[in-house]
Write a protein that binds this ligand. Structure first.
Ligand SMILES: *Cc1c(COP(=O)(O)O)cnc(C)c1O
Length: 421
């Protein structure tokens, strides 16, 4: 459920006609809905009601300061995976004790930054990282609270590029070695073992892989406690999928996910942390673009848009599907025809969709890619020296540009010419 709906034949973002934003901001741009972001965060928070818990938004999904502040004001914690994200979370007003640091390659500089600024916990992913964190904490005269990310070796049944919980993936330590690694952690100075972390992948459309992973975590909790570790917090990662097509997908709801957590882990009396990213931001954002040309090819017609793979890379990178809808609602019964929807970048991979059935569209018409709020703007680049596109946040009748489109000069002036030239 989101707040991008047709009203009187025009696509609205909450109470604002999207075409009105386009007229002011120019295309292409990302547009987010505050009500949708809020609703999705709240669904998770409600799903864990009655359990001691913290929902830490995985901000890599969409990390604009205005989005972070919207969620932080609701009480969200943040899951960060870099020093830059840590700085963003702090800048949005998130206190250190609500920031969790994940990621497979944290540097010592990043560890220092977080230890000095305050941190809820580090989710440690390897023994060398554990040793490094111990050294950094000791040098700073402090103690780093840690969980160890375990790899439960379950199949998340999602796209190979976003599966993280199989033994062949680079993430975490094999769950079979957990006792050994926890013993090492407990013996290192400057570390305090407080819990267990697991994250098996993204865009999961079934609960079963979560169940398998969480059952293993429950078992491990008992084993580690028997070994003398004070396991009191379980970080269960993110990964719940969203429907990218209106019709045929129905991923589990946060309530069902919450129920599963209660069933598999509720008896342990641990504080529960979850790290949803995609489900909070995915359907809270659209990418708005204009048709530059409609070009007839041999046996196929191309819709050439002003958005490209550098603005939204998911189709090129993960063969991802995004529904594409015109901003002007087609009259009922309008005939559709197949189009290859492409951007202007000089790569054949710059194709959003092949043979997509769409109503008639002409030069200058506006379209929206749905479900583009997560892993959209954050993955964009300036390839082909196409400026990063603006982000807009809608709130009821209001909207604001939350990231400006840079000018060509701003882009060019980031480069410097060495003195010998
Ligand atoms: C990416 C990531 C998440 C968020 O995953 P979603 O599928 O967006 O919910 C959570 N935790 C970790 C450690 C991640 O790497």
């Amino acid at each position: 459920m989101d707040h991008f709906l047709y009203r009187d034949g025009a696509l609205f973002a909450e109470d604002v006609p999207v075409a009105e934003i386009a007229a002011q901001v120019g295309t292409p741009f990302y547009c987010y809905s505050t009500a949708t972001l809020t609703r999705h965060f709240q669904l998770f928070d409600d799903a864990l009601e009655g359990m001691d818990h913290l929902v830490c938004y995985a901000m890599k999904a969409a990390s604009n300061q205005a989005i972070l502040k919207t969620l932080a004001d609701l009480g969200a914690g943040m899951d960060v995976v870099s020093g830059g994200e840590y700085a963003r979370a702090k800048a949005a007003g998130v206190p250190g004790d609500r920031i969790v640091f994940s990621g497979v390659g944290k540097t010592r500089a990043e560890m220092r930054l977080a230890l000095e600024g305050g941190i809820r916990q580090f989710n440690v992913e390897s023994e060398p990282e554990m040793v490094a964190l111990s050294e950094v904490a000791v040098a700073l005269g402090t103690t780093a609270p840690i969980t160890v990310r375990v790899n439960p070796d379950v199949d998340a049944k999602t796209h190979a590029k976003i599966a993280t919980g199989k033994s062949e993936n680079k993430f975490g330590i094999p769950i079979s070695r957990a006792r050994e690694v926890y013993a090492e952690a407990a013996a290192l100075p400057g570390l305090e073992v407080i819990g267990i972390d697991v994250h098996i992948g993204s865009q999961l459309t079934e609960l079963e892989p979560f169940r398998l992973a969480y059952e293993k975590v429950a078992e491990l909790t008992e084993v580690l406690r028997a070994d003398g570790h004070d396991i009191r917090r379980l970080d269960l990662g993110g990964g719940l999928g969203i429907p990218y097509t209106r019709s045929n997908e129905a991923p589990p709801l946060p309530t069902e996910y919450g129920q599963l957590i209660r069933e598999t882990l509720g008896h342990l009396g641990c504080e529960i942390e979850i790290e949803p990213g995609r489900l909070v931001a995915g359907n809270a954002g659209i990418l708005v673009s204009k048709v530059i040309y409609v070009k007839s090819g041999e046996g196929r017609d191309f819709l050439i848009l002003d958005a490209a793979m550098n603005d939204l890379i998911r189709p090129a990178m993960y063969e991802a599907h995004h529904d594409i809808v015109p901003l002007k609602e087609p009259a009922p019964g309008t005939e559709q025809a197949p189009f290859d929807v492409v951007g202007p970048v000089c790569e054949s991979g710059d194709t959003f969709a092949k043979g997509r059935m769409l109503p008639p569209l002409a030069e200058g018409d506006l379209v929206a890619f749905r479900s583009a709020g997560a892993y959209g703007a954050v993955m964009s680049s300036e390839y082909n020296t196409r400026p990063l596109i603006p982000e807009v946040l809608v709130h009821g009748h209001q909207f604001a540009v939350i990231r400006e489109r840079p000018t060509f000069d701003e882009i060019i002036n980031r480069d410097t010419i060495p003195e010998w030239l």
